[in-house]
Design a protein around this ligand. Structure first.
Ligand code: FBP
Length: 250
């Protein structure tokens, strides 16, 4: 079955608002305003995002507000804290079935390629992919090279490898981090073949630096971004959203 991305894209492009940092990084990413999930839902609603990324807990507790916002829910199925040291592994915390019950229009899963536990994540992903696709649900894969085996490897190679892994394992959209080199990103996007690519925002940058990154992302052939901190840590999240959208849908 061909998996349609229509519910989470517009004219083939996408802007997702990521808010799983509370689990991945802890509340140190937040201030008095953006610590409140309702603040994030409002940004997604007013900015007409193509998807909002939550873990299961927020999706459950804020179900009413998410539904009311009409922003498609992308449910992240695995996660971990940053307190754990050692080779990274992120295990499944929510099933595809639960995600569907919560109204998800797509599911997300992180794989740390290169980790000692890469095999477990690849296998878990393959089960999720099968279940999600059998229900027509797109799968977005965060692919981050991590762990001692990737130390010292070229960023260009790792970025392209991440994309290729996404294509090989059946992801519909791959989310990667950008190393800041446009040609490297072009090669990575090419390596993804028919699988679409979105890029993470990363730590909060100056507006100019961030918008340059958005420009590069679109020039490289990615379909857009799954951005968090550079939007909801901004003093004017809707203004930066407008500027991002102008570049993405240029
Ligand atoms: P940002 O735009 O804030 O970087 O969010 C993107 C993201 O992929 C989040 O979904 C995730 O929580 C975080 O980055 C993980 O980043 P890292 O593994 O580098 O800490």
């Amino acid at each position: 079955m061909e998996i349609s991305l229509n519910k989470i894209t517009k004219k083939g492009k996408a802007l997702f608002l990521a808010y799983d940092q509370g689990l991945e990084h802890g509340p140190s990413d937040f201030n008095d305003k953006n610590v409140d999930p309702n603040y994030i839902i409002e940004i997604a609603r007013n900015g007409k995002y193509n998807g909002i990324v939550f873990q299961k807990g927020i999706a459950e507790k804020y179900q009413k507000e998410i539904k009311r916002s009409r922003v498609p829910l992308i449910l992240k199925l695995n996660g971990k804290t940053n307190l754990f040291r050692g080779e990274p592994i992120s295990r499944q915390l929510c099933s595809v079935e639960e995600a569907i019950k919560l109204g998800a229009k797509a599911v997300g899963y992180t794989i740390y390629i290169g980790s000692d536990y890469e095999d477990e994540m690849l296998q878990e992903f393959s089960k999720i992919e099968k279940q999600a696709h059998s229900k027509g649900l797109p799968v977005i894969t965060w692919i981050y090279p991590r762990g001692k085996s990737v130390k010292g490897k070229s960023e260009k190679e790792l970025m392209a490898y991440s994309c290729r892994v996404g294509l090989e394992i059946g992801a519909d959209i791959i989310k990667i981090q950008y190393n800041g080199n446009l040609n490297d990103l072009k090669w990575a996007v090419k390596s993804a073949g028919k699988t679409k690519v979105v890029i993470a925002g990363g730590v909060k940058k100056t507006e100019d630096d961030f918008l340059k990154q958005v420009n590069d992302i679109m020039r490289a052939g990615a379909i857009g971004l799954a951005v968090g901190r550079n939007v909801w840590q901004s003093k004017k999240p809707l203004e930066i959203t407008k500027k991002i959208k102008k570049i993405v849908w240029k």
